[in-house]
Design a protein around this ligand. Structure first.
Ligand code: PLP
Ligand code: ZN
Length: 426
């Protein structure tokens, strides 16, 4: 076991070198940023003494801080007062019936304070920034991580630089600007914005919340898996579907299940399915080719949040899928768009395109006969539909009908359109 002074330590995913968190903040200096991402590891025997099914049953906190014993937090006084996590897990009977699945659940993480899964990571990241004494912070993001970060850093009074790609949707830009971040819109892709942000953070000493290079973000993300275990009354699902860009949500989810297993809270493990958009699927290709390194690609998809050409958490994401015995799958833009109204109408959950991508993957694998009707599946919805109204409108097939403001006009219109007839009881 480690001999570091904190209750956790860092370990390189490639060369296995161990580092004290007082020495290293980001990645392994020997292996570099892509290969040298760091695992955050704990004394699980110690955690298991405190964290039990019974202690959780008596824990009244309805946020991710109910799992504080498993998080790399040294100064809890820096926790910001936003309610993150403990999002609903819906039993999606109606949606499941359509697919012939008896046990389908939707974990709606669009219900976080800034409407995406990324709040789990920012909640932890801001504490780490304050522990480091940061005054200026940065992040590169397709939009959600940054808008989440900006909310937390605004509360903490930190000067915040954000790097987003040129095509970041208006909803996410609005959040960034209203939270008061300095928004740098890079004429280029997310991958280019990411490199520029890391360069600037290093040069000017800004605390960097960019995904994967900061080891603590996955720690917040693992709490989604913890919640799934508790909310299913400790019955671990057979499958968990996650939409994937950089791979941090996926690897964090896997780490959560692994840690609960290690502590002895769950007896079995799920298979994870990482779902990417066809036009942005370097992890799917690497997994299919059995390689450890993703080939960079020029991303093109309607799901802007997962338009990622160089997945920064690729080592951990590939490891997660291989260890879990699950798989990666690619879905087309039209499959992603079709998933949005299905989730909205059959489960009442309004997802942005990347938020619905996990469900598109589930539908694809179910229709291909890969999931038996008795399989228990959880789909994580990672972002809210109002984040990208232009994106979700691509899934809309009807339009509002405009009429003059009088009752006669209303009657006329309803007569003309049979499906809208006013006397219909259906
Ligand atoms: C809504 C949404 N879904 C999925 C993802 C993918 O997460 P990751 O990049 O950790 O794979 C993101 C990341 O920005 C996101 O915003
Ligand atoms: Zn290393």
């Amino acid at each position: 076991m480690n001999s570091h002074s904190e209750h956790f330590y860092l370990k390189c995913v490639t060369c296995a070198a161990e580092y004290s968190p007082t020495r290293i903040d980001y990645t392994c200096p020997e292996c570099g940023p892509l290969k040298g991402t760091l695992d955050v590891l704990y004394d699980y025997e110690e955690i298991g003494k405190k964290l039990t099914r019974s202690s959780l049953a008596h824990d009244g906190r309805t946020t991710l801080w109910r799992y504080q014993d498993t998080l790399p937090i040294c100064s809890p006084e820096y926790i910001q007062a936003l309610s993150v996590g403990w999002t609903p897990l819906y039993e999606a009977e109606k949606l499941g019936r359509q697919l012939g699945l008896k046990n389908l659940h939707i974990k709606d993480d669009s219900r976080n304070p800034t409407a995406s899964f990324k709040d789990r990571a920012s909640a932890v990241g801001v504490v780490k920034a304050l522990e480091k004494g940061a005054k200026v912070v940065a992040a590169a993001s397709t939009g959600n991580a940054a808008s989440s970060w900006s909310a937390f850093t605004a509360l903490a009074g930190l000067k915040t630089y954000i790097f987003v790609p040129e095509n970041a949707p208006a909803g996410k830009l609005a959040q960034l600007l209203l939270y008061g971040a300095k928004v740098i819109q890079v004429k280029g892709t997310y991958d280019e914005a990411f490199d520029l942000c890391c360069q600037a953070a290093e040069k000017w000493g800004w605390y960097n919340r960019s995904t994967a290079v900061n080891p603590y973000l996955g720690e917040g993300k693992k709490t989604g898996a913890f919640e799934i275990c508790e909310q299913l009354n400790w019955q671990v699902p057979d499958y968990v579907f996650v939409s994937v860009g950089d791979g941090c949500i996926l690897q964090g989810t896997w780490k959560g299940f692994k840690e609960f297993h290690e502590i002895g809270l769950i007896e079995r493990m799920p298979k994870l399915v990482g779902v990417q958009a066809e036009g942005s699927a370097p992890l799917v290709k690497a997994w299919q080719n059995g390689t450890d390194v993703c080939e960079a690609m020029e991303p093109k998809t309607v799901a802007d949040s997962i338009a990622v050409g160089v997945p920064r958490d690729q080592v951990k994401a590939l490891r997660a899928i291989r260890e879990s015995g699950g798989q990666f799958v690619a879905v087309s833009d039209s499959e992603i768009l079709a998933a949005i109204p299905a989730l909205a109408r059959q489960a009442g959950v309004f997802a942005e395109p990347a938020g619905a991508t996990g469900f598109a993957g589930l539908r694809k694998l179910t229709e291909a006969g890969l999931l038996g009707s008795n399989a228990t599946a959880v789909v994580i919805v990672t972002g809210h539909g109002l984040k990208d109204v232009n994106g979700v409108m691509k899934a809309v097939t009807s339009q509002p009908v405009k009429i003059d403001n009088n009752f006669g006009a209303l009657e006329q219109m309803l007569k003309k359109v049979p499906a809208w007839r006013a006397d219909s009881r259906a």
